[in-house]
Ligand binder design. Structure first.
Ligand SMILES: [Cu+2]
Length: 161
């Protein structure tokens, strides 16, 4: 009985360790060597175009409004996020490939919460802001990586020209 409890404790520690390592790898809350696939954190003191994005649930769907945003290269955007839904949602700005990898990780660690330069987790009815500079041209993605949400439609496209 006792050794079983210890084994369970060890398993929890191992899982936490893996989550910690995953956080460091994907740049969650890390300092310094963080690489972002969609550009770089913006400078709140510099001018930015305001883009409001609402998160909401529909009839069996979940979505962002708008879900397509066009940006000029080097433009700075202030995303004003509003979670109008009944559930917690997030906004994770990255390349589609990075978001897909991150989503797979969140299947294992569904309670991950984000508060990084490129991502926010918002409880129901909460708001938040992200200031971002799009330094690279191409197509990027914002998505909610809470398991099931991206699949239900919580995905948006950013086209940087
Ligand atoms: Cu969501």
């Amino acid at each position: 009985m006792r050794s079983k409890a210890i084994a369970a404790g060890v398993a929890v520690l191992v899982a936490l360790g893996a989550a910690g390592a995953a956080r460091a790898d994907s740049g969650h809350g890390g300092q310094g060597h963080v690489q972002f696939s969609a550009g770089m954190p913006g400078d709140p003191k510099k001018p930015a175009r305001l883009v409001e994005v609402t998160m909401r649930e529909g009839d069996g769907t979940m979505e962002y409004v708008p879900n397509r945003i066009e940006v000029k290269r080097n433009e700075q955007i202030r995303f004003v996020l509003k979670n109008a839904g009944e559930l917690a949602h997030e906004f994770v700005l990255a390349s589609a490939a990075d978001n897909a990898k991150h989503a797979a990780l969140m299947q294992k660690f569904p309670d991950m919460e984000h508060d990084d330069p490129n991502s926010k987790t918002l409880p129901s009815k909460a708001g938040g802001e992200i200031v971002w500079r799009f330094t690279k041209t191409g197509e990027f993605e914002f998505a909610c990586l809470i398991p099931g949400h991206r699949e239900a439609g919580m995905i948006g496209k950013i086209i940087v020209k």
